[in-house]
Design a protein around this ligand. Structure first.
Ligand SMILES: C[S@@+](CC[C@H](N)C(=O)[O-])C[C@H]1O[C@@H](n2cnc3c(N)ncnc32)[C@H](O)[C@@H]1O
Length: 207
C-alpha cells in the first residue's frame, strides 16, 4: 500500500487516475530495489510523487525528465492548456516552478533528480542502467517513438517499462502510446505484466 501521502495529491495538477497511481507505486517499489527509476513527462509532479515515494523506500533515485514546456495538448488554445502555467515573459509553458514546489512539499528533494531537457537530448549520453522507465511524455507518434527508442534500451534485464494513456479505441484517445506498447510486445524483448486503466506494464526479458 502507498504510505500516507505527504501532500494533498488532489492539489497537484496532473493526469493520473488513482488505480494507475497505485500500480505505478507497486511496480516502482519492487523495481527501485534493483536500481534507479526514470519517468518521461513529470508535468507538475503527480506521478513523480508516487514513483518518488517508492524510490525513497529503497534509498533509490527517481530521474524526473521533462522539458516543462508542455505537450501539444498543453499549448495555448489546446484542450489541456492551463493559463496558470504559462510564463508570459518567456512566451511559453513552464511547469517546472510548480513541479519543484510540489516535490519540496512532498519531502522528495533528496530522491527526485529533475532533468529539465528534451527526451532525446537527455538520452544522448545516458549510461546508467534503469530498473524502471515510465513513459508519459509527448503523445505525437514521433515523440512516443523517440521516448521508446531512447529509453527502452536503457532498461536492465528484468526492468519494468510502464506506458501511460493506452487506448485501443481511437475514439477514446490518441494512438501513439498504444503504438509503442504494441511495438514493445512485438519486439519479443518484453512480456506483459499488467494493464490498469490506461496504464500498461511490461517486463524486459533480455539484457
Ligand atoms: C501528460 S503530461 C505528464 C503527466 C504526469 N505524468 C502526471 O502524472 O500528471 C506530459 C509531459 O511531458 C512533457 N513532454 C512532452 N514531450 C516531451 C519531450 N520530448 N521531452 C521531455 N518532456 C516532454 C510535457 O512538458 C508534459 O509536462
Amino acid at each position: 500500500m502507498i504510505p500516507e501521502l505527504p501532500v494533498d495529491i488532489d492539489q497537484i495538477k496532473g493526469f493520473l487516475a488513482a488505480d494507475e497511481a497505485q500500480a505505478l507505486y507497486d511496480h516502482a517499489l519492487q523495481a527501485s530495489a534493483r536500481g534507479p527509476v526514470l519517468e518521461i513527462g513529470s508535468y507538475c509532479g503527480k506521478s513523480t510523487v508516487y514513483l518518488g515515494l517508492a524510490c525513497r523506500a529503497n534509498d533509490s533515485t527517481l530521474f524526473a525528465l521533462d522539458h516543462h514546456r508542455g505537450s501539444e495538448e498543453h499549448q495555448p488554445g489546446e484542450m489541456f492548456h492551463d493559463p496558470a502555467l504559462f510564463d508570459d515573459s518567456a512566451g511559453s509553458m513552464d511547469s517546472f516552478r510548480e513541479f519543484r514546489r510540489n516535490i519540496l512539499a512532498a519531502g522528495l528533494e533528496q530522491t527526485v533528480v529533475p532533468i529539465v531537457a528534451g527526451s532525446a537530448a537527455a538520452a544522448r549520453h545516458w549510461q546508467t542502467p534503469l530498473a524502471m522507465v515510465f513513459i508519459d511524455g509527448g503523445h505525437s507518434l514521433a515523440a512516443a517513438l523517440t521516448d521508446y527508442r531512447c529509453w527502452a534500451p536503457q532498461l536492465q534485464r528484468g526492468g519494468i517499462l510502464a506506458i501511460h494513456d493506452l487506448f485501443e479505441d481511437a475514439a477514446a484517445g490518441g494512438q501513439a502510446p498504444y503504438a509503442i506498447y504494441r511495438m514493445a510486445l512485438a519486439s519479443g524483448l518484453f512480456e506483459p505484466l499488467a494493464r490498469v486503466n490506461s496504464l500498461g506494464v511490461l517486463r524486459r526479458l533480455q539484457g
